[in-house]
Design a binder for this molecule. Structure first.
Ligand SMILES: CCCCC/C=C\C/C=C\C/C=C\C/C=C/CCCC(=O)SCCNC(=O)CCNC(=O)[C@H](O)C(C)(C)COP(=O)(O)OP(=O)(O)OC[C@H]1O[C@@H](n2cnc3c(N)ncnc32)[C@H](O)[C@@H]1OP(=O)(O)O
Length: 213
């Protein structure tokens, strides 16, 4: 891939800090990016977007330790989702782990794929943690597409607590890259791929997503 390469840090004192910094590509759309219309196959506004894979840590109903996140299609290229922080999601005592919150943002941003009718994986995800999120809080997440440039899909999201209009607890920006079905079949653990392929519903869903970048 042509993304940034993260090199191990240079020995201390050998370079100026600025020389050791890695220039990361932006998660904001470049000039020439477009905001496409909703795909003709996009679920209607208000539709509960199903899980893309029953065992997904983010959205799978058959993943007992997962986030079991559910999202709803918005009117445009946007979705909303709710995630309830459970005791098993703690980082600090009584507080959500930051990585779990990032997963909730990643998953919600990923559901934008349904509206574009494109299979895409996260290439880059930036997050700002704005305020701590307690256990039992509901994170109200909104995510939207900010631009599409070739295979690259740019998006943003925010998570609020205390209600959909409550204070922002987390913000995110992401760059997803469209992939073919072979991305999964080539790289996934064979026994899981076989099981997924044997599930006619999942296979149909996955095939329907096939893109020709
Ligand atoms: C059989 C089972 C099927 C099951 C699936 C079924 C359905 C799926 C459909 C829909 C799913 C619906 C909802 C999904 C919800 C999911 C939420 C979770 C999402 C994730 O959690 S997913 C896991 C984490 N994710 C990864 O596991 C990716 C690992 N990675 C790679 O697999 C490659 O790295 C890849 C594919 C990213 C790129 O590889 P590649 O070879 O295809 O493309 P290439 O490198 O040419 O990049 C093309 C252009 O993107 C730019 N670019 C690339 N990477 C960049 C980066 N990091 N930063 C900035 N720019 C980047 C380049 O600079 C170039 O830009 P330009 O075109 O301008 O030159």
């Amino acid at each position: 891939m042509n993304g940034p390469s993260a090199s191990p840090p240079a020995p201390q004192g050998s370079e100026e800090p600025a020389a050791r910094a890695v220039a990361l590509p932006p998660t904001t759309p470049p000039a020439g990016a477009v905001l496409p219309p909703r795909a003709p196959e996009a679920p209607a506004p208000g539709t509960l977007l199903g899980s893309h894979y029953d065992h997904c840590f983010g959205c799978g109903p058959q993943h007992p330790q997962g986030l079991q996140l559910t999202a709803v299609a918005g009117e445009g290229l946007d979705v909303t989702a709710e995630f309830t922080v459970r005791p098993s999601h703690q980082g600090g005592p009584g507080l959500a782990h930051g990585g779990v919150l990032v997963t909730a943002m990643d998953e919600t941003l990923g559901t934008l794929n349904w509206l574009l009718h494109a299979a895409a994986v996260t290439g880059r995800l930036e997050t700002d943690f704005v305020r701590p999120v307690p256990v039992d809080a509901v994170l109200h997440i909104r995510a939207w597409v900010t631009g599409v440039h070739g295979r690259k899909i740019y998006s943003a999201a925010e998570g609020r607590i205390g209600g959909p209009d409550g204070p922002v607890a987390i913000r995110a920006q992401a760059l997803f890259v469209q992939v073919k079905l072979e991305h999964f079949t080539t790289h996934g653990r064979p026994e899981d791929i076989k099981k997924a392929m044997d599930d006619p519903d999942l296979f149909k869903r996955a095939r329907a997503f096939e893109v020709n970048p």
